[in-house]
Design a protein around this ligand. Structure first.
Ligand code: F6R
Ligand code: ZN
Length: 188
């Protein structure tokens, strides 16, 4: 039997209380997602394998729903801002919601058919991620980007496609501004 519970989400730190699990991604755990491989190697060495993001969840066995936070550090690899791996859900009928609590960023989305969209992430914006759209978040600001996410427990994660072929768009700094550009190395 599951019982109701209030879970405290700290929108500045991403802390979830009580939490049931967490993991973090350092730069070395994100090999292959950034375009500039020499900037990637250099950043790991010069910055002592920096933390890129941390995910904390609240998940109850046998529940249909779980939620948590992702806290992304600011930073870049070459001209590309720090980003998450990005994924489709294994179940093609499962979407998600991302509610940004602090910081600024972009949510980059790509449908199975190859359409691309982006949603600005800033405090108060709740992004609707429809089923079967790949999603990747990018911290384009100078502060931490903290967002809460809410998802079906059976959604599952499919990282393979995005890892192998990348996404069609990149989010880069261009002349001091945030720009969305075509990925020259995208493979269909
Ligand atoms: C869950 C979800 C988020 C991400 C997290 C890290 O479906 O979308 O919790 O898992 O923001 O991103 P990935 O998993 O792409 O490394
Ligand atoms: Zn997801």
């Amino acid at each position: 039997m599951l019982y109701p519970e209030g879970v405290l989400i700290d929108g500045m730190t991403g802390a979830v209380t009580p939490e049931t699990g967490r993991y973090s991604k350092r730069l070395s755990g994100l090999a292959g997602i950034f375009q500039d491989s020499s900037a990637f190697e250099r950043a790991i060495f010069d910055e002592a394998d920096p933390l890129v993001y941390e995910v904390i969840d609240y998940r109850k066995p046998d529940s249909d729903l779980f939620f948590g936070t992702t806290t992304m550090q600011p930073g870049k690899v070459g001209v590309e801002y720090y980003m998450t791996r990005g994924h489709f859900h294994e179940r093609r009928d499962r979407g998600e919601a991302y509610y940004t609590q602090s910081g600024v960023g972009l949510l980059l989305l790509e449908s199975r058919a190859g359409e691309t969209r982006s949603v600005a992430m800033c405090p108060g914006v709740c992004a609707f991620i429809p089923p079967d759209w790949a999603h990747r978040s990018i911290n384009t600001g100078r502060e931490k980007l903290v967002f809460a996410w809410f998802c079906a427990t059976d959604a599952g994660h499919d990282y393979g496609q995005i890892l192998q072929r990348g996404m069609r768009k990149l989010v880069v700094e261009q002349n001091g501004e945030v720009a969305i550009t075509d990925n020259p190395n995208f493979r269909t």
